[in-house]
Design a protein around this ligand. Structure first.
Ligand code: GAR
Length: 200
Protein backbone atom coordinates (compact mmCIF):
# COMPACT_ATOMS: atom_id res chain seq x y z
CA UNK A 1 0.00 0.00 0.00
CA UNK A 2 1.22 3.48 -0.81
CA UNK A 3 2.28 5.53 2.20
CA UNK A 4 0.01 8.35 3.35
CA UNK A 5 1.59 11.77 2.89
CA UNK A 6 1.82 13.81 6.07
CA UNK A 7 2.28 17.54 6.64
CA UNK A 8 3.42 18.64 10.10
CA UNK A 9 2.48 22.17 11.18
CA UNK A 10 4.77 23.75 13.78
CA UNK A 11 5.49 27.05 15.51
CA UNK A 12 8.41 26.52 17.86
CA UNK A 13 10.98 24.06 19.16
CA UNK A 14 9.59 21.09 17.30
CA UNK A 15 10.33 18.29 19.77
CA UNK A 16 7.12 16.59 18.68
CA UNK A 17 8.18 16.93 15.05
CA UNK A 18 11.49 15.31 16.09
CA UNK A 19 9.58 12.45 17.72
CA UNK A 20 7.74 11.91 14.41
CA UNK A 21 10.99 12.04 12.40
CA UNK A 22 12.59 9.52 14.78
CA UNK A 23 9.50 7.27 14.67
CA UNK A 24 9.70 7.25 10.89
CA UNK A 25 13.38 6.27 11.08
CA UNK A 26 12.77 3.43 13.55
CA UNK A 27 9.68 2.09 11.76
CA UNK A 28 7.11 3.02 14.43
CA UNK A 29 5.59 5.09 11.61
CA UNK A 30 5.59 2.87 8.55
CA UNK A 31 2.26 3.61 6.87
CA UNK A 32 2.96 7.32 6.41
CA UNK A 33 5.75 9.64 5.34
CA UNK A 34 6.40 13.23 6.44
CA UNK A 35 6.33 15.06 3.11
CA UNK A 36 6.17 18.66 4.34
CA UNK A 37 6.70 20.88 7.38
CA UNK A 38 4.86 24.22 7.56
CA UNK A 39 5.80 26.84 10.16
CA UNK A 40 3.98 30.07 11.00
CA UNK A 41 7.19 31.34 12.57
CA UNK A 42 10.33 31.91 10.47
CA UNK A 43 12.57 31.51 13.54
CA UNK A 44 11.16 28.15 14.66
CA UNK A 45 13.87 25.64 15.56
CA UNK A 46 11.53 23.01 14.11
CA UNK A 47 12.62 24.25 10.65
CA UNK A 48 16.20 23.19 11.38
CA UNK A 49 15.00 19.79 12.48
CA UNK A 50 13.13 19.42 9.16
CA UNK A 51 16.18 20.53 7.17
CA UNK A 52 18.44 18.08 9.01
CA UNK A 53 16.03 15.27 8.18
CA UNK A 54 15.85 16.33 4.53
CA UNK A 55 12.16 17.27 4.71
CA UNK A 56 10.76 20.16 2.63
CA UNK A 57 9.60 23.09 4.72
CA UNK A 58 7.59 26.23 4.05
CA UNK A 59 7.06 29.34 6.17
CA UNK A 60 3.61 30.97 6.08
CA UNK A 61 3.26 34.27 7.92
CA UNK A 62 -0.16 35.65 8.79
CA UNK A 63 1.13 39.19 9.15
CA UNK A 64 2.52 39.13 5.60
CA UNK A 65 -0.66 37.68 4.14
CA UNK A 66 -2.90 40.11 5.99
CA UNK A 67 -5.79 37.94 7.18
CA UNK A 68 -6.66 34.54 8.66
CA UNK A 69 -8.43 33.62 5.40
CA UNK A 70 -5.37 34.43 3.26
CA UNK A 71 -3.12 32.58 5.75
CA UNK A 72 -5.32 29.47 5.57
CA UNK A 73 -5.66 29.68 1.78
CA UNK A 74 -1.88 29.65 1.45
CA UNK A 75 -1.62 26.60 3.72
CA UNK A 76 -4.37 24.84 1.74
CA UNK A 77 -2.54 25.57 -1.53
CA UNK A 78 0.66 24.04 -0.13
CA UNK A 79 -1.21 20.97 1.11
CA UNK A 80 -2.65 20.47 -2.39
CA UNK A 81 0.68 21.06 -4.07
CA UNK A 82 2.41 18.48 -1.88
CA UNK A 83 -0.54 16.05 -2.21
CA UNK A 84 -0.99 15.79 1.55
CA UNK A 85 -3.34 13.20 3.06
CA UNK A 86 -2.96 13.98 6.79
CA UNK A 87 -2.11 17.13 8.71
CA UNK A 88 -0.45 16.91 12.13
CA UNK A 89 -0.48 19.94 14.41
CA UNK A 90 2.66 19.53 16.53
CA UNK A 91 2.98 22.62 18.70
CA UNK A 92 1.16 24.76 16.09
CA UNK A 93 0.07 27.83 18.02
CA UNK A 94 -2.62 29.15 15.70
CA UNK A 95 -6.26 28.09 15.78
CA UNK A 96 -7.57 27.00 12.37
CA UNK A 97 -11.04 28.24 11.41
CA UNK A 98 -14.04 26.06 10.66
CA UNK A 99 -13.60 27.02 7.04
CA UNK A 100 -10.27 25.16 7.10
CA UNK A 101 -11.12 22.22 9.36
CA UNK A 102 -14.32 21.30 7.46
CA UNK A 103 -12.21 20.58 4.36
CA UNK A 104 -10.24 17.89 6.24
CA UNK A 105 -12.70 15.85 8.35
CA UNK A 106 -10.78 13.34 10.52
CA UNK A 107 -7.63 14.22 8.58
CA UNK A 108 -6.11 16.71 11.04
CA UNK A 109 -4.50 15.47 14.28
CA UNK A 110 -3.38 17.59 17.21
CA UNK A 111 -1.31 16.86 20.30
CA UNK A 112 -2.43 18.71 23.43
CA UNK A 113 -0.45 18.67 26.70
CA UNK A 114 -3.28 17.74 29.11
CA UNK A 115 -5.92 15.07 29.57
CA UNK A 116 -8.79 16.61 27.58
CA UNK A 117 -11.38 17.80 28.70
CA UNK A 118 -9.18 19.31 31.45
CA UNK A 119 -7.08 22.41 30.75
CA UNK A 120 -7.94 22.77 27.08
CA UNK A 121 -9.73 25.04 24.63
CA UNK A 122 -9.05 28.61 23.60
CA UNK A 123 -6.11 30.17 25.47
CA UNK A 124 -4.71 26.86 26.72
CA UNK A 125 -1.46 26.23 24.92
CA UNK A 126 2.19 25.48 25.70
CA UNK A 127 3.45 26.25 29.20
CA UNK A 128 0.15 27.89 30.17
CA UNK A 129 -1.53 24.46 30.28
CA UNK A 130 0.98 23.20 32.86
CA UNK A 131 0.77 26.41 34.91
CA UNK A 132 -3.00 25.93 35.15
CA UNK A 133 -2.71 22.24 36.07
CA UNK A 134 -0.27 23.08 38.88
CA UNK A 135 -2.39 26.02 40.07
CA UNK A 136 -5.47 23.79 40.25
CA UNK A 137 -3.54 21.19 42.21
CA UNK A 138 -4.36 18.11 40.13
CA UNK A 139 -2.19 15.08 40.91
CA UNK A 140 -2.33 13.55 37.44
CA UNK A 141 -2.10 15.24 34.06
CA UNK A 142 -0.96 13.93 30.68
CA UNK A 143 -1.38 14.39 26.96
CA UNK A 144 -4.06 13.79 24.34
CA UNK A 145 -3.97 13.24 20.60
CA UNK A 146 -7.28 14.04 18.94
CA UNK A 147 -8.80 14.85 15.58
CA UNK A 148 -9.29 18.55 14.94
CA UNK A 149 -12.72 19.99 14.20
CA UNK A 150 -14.25 23.46 14.56
CA UNK A 151 -14.18 23.31 18.39
CA UNK A 152 -10.70 24.07 19.82
CA UNK A 153 -9.44 20.77 21.34
CA UNK A 154 -12.94 19.36 20.77
CA UNK A 155 -12.50 16.63 18.13
CA UNK A 156 -12.63 12.86 18.68
CA UNK A 157 -9.91 11.56 20.99
CA UNK A 158 -7.48 9.04 19.50
CA UNK A 159 -5.01 8.39 22.34
CA UNK A 160 -4.33 9.68 25.86
CA UNK A 161 -1.59 8.99 28.39
CA UNK A 162 -1.52 10.00 32.05
CA UNK A 163 1.55 11.50 33.76
CA UNK A 164 1.96 12.00 37.53
CA UNK A 165 2.60 15.40 39.00
CA UNK A 166 5.40 15.41 41.57
CA UNK A 167 6.04 17.51 44.65
CA UNK A 168 7.93 20.70 43.71
CA UNK A 169 7.14 20.55 39.99
CA UNK A 170 7.55 23.81 38.07
CA UNK A 171 5.62 24.34 34.80
CA UNK A 172 8.87 23.75 32.87
CA UNK A 173 9.72 20.50 34.69
CA UNK A 174 6.15 19.24 34.25
CA UNK A 175 6.09 20.21 30.57
CA UNK A 176 9.25 18.19 29.95
CA UNK A 177 7.88 15.13 31.82
CA UNK A 178 4.59 15.26 29.89
CA UNK A 179 6.52 15.45 26.62
CA UNK A 180 8.91 12.60 27.47
CA UNK A 181 6.39 10.24 29.04
CA UNK A 182 3.34 11.01 26.92
CA UNK A 183 3.48 13.32 23.88
CA UNK A 184 6.53 11.87 22.15
CA UNK A 185 5.00 8.37 22.46
CA UNK A 186 1.31 8.85 21.71
CA UNK A 187 1.74 11.28 18.82
CA UNK A 188 3.75 8.87 16.61
CA UNK A 189 1.49 5.98 17.69
CA UNK A 190 -1.66 7.90 16.73
CA UNK A 191 -0.16 9.02 13.42
CA UNK A 192 0.65 5.41 12.51
CA UNK A 193 -2.81 4.27 13.64
CA UNK A 194 -4.53 6.81 11.39
CA UNK A 195 -2.23 6.33 8.37
CA UNK A 196 -2.71 2.56 8.56
CA UNK A 197 -6.51 2.88 8.24
CA UNK A 198 -7.78 0.94 5.27
CA UNK A 199 -7.59 3.08 2.14
CA UNK A 200 -6.05 5.84 4.28
C1 GAR B 1 3.86 20.74 23.16
O1 GAR B 1 3.82 20.52 24.55
C2 GAR B 1 2.47 20.65 22.56
O2 GAR B 1 1.69 19.66 23.15
C3 GAR B 1 1.93 22.01 22.90
O3 GAR B 1 3.02 22.89 22.69
C4 GAR B 1 4.26 22.19 22.86
C5 GAR B 1 5.09 22.32 21.61
O4 GAR B 1 6.37 21.78 21.77
N1 GAR B 1 0.80 22.33 22.09
C6 GAR B 1 -0.25 23.02 22.51
O5 GAR B 1 -0.31 23.53 23.61
C7 GAR B 1 -1.39 23.17 21.50
N2 GAR B 1 -2.59 23.59 22.15
P1 GAR B 1 7.27 21.34 20.52
O6 GAR B 1 7.35 22.51 19.56
O7 GAR B 1 8.61 21.06 21.14
O8 GAR B 1 6.65 20.11 19.89
Amino acid sequence: MEKARIAVLVSGGGTNLQALIDAQATGIIRSGKIALVISNNAGAYALERAARAGIHSEVVLKKELGSQAAFEDRIKALLKHYEIDYIVLAGFMSILSEDFTKDYPERILNVHPSLIPSFCGKGYYGLRVHEEALAYGVKVTGATVHFVNEIPDGGRILLQKAVEIQEGDTPEVLQRRVMEQAEWKILPAAVEMVCARKGN
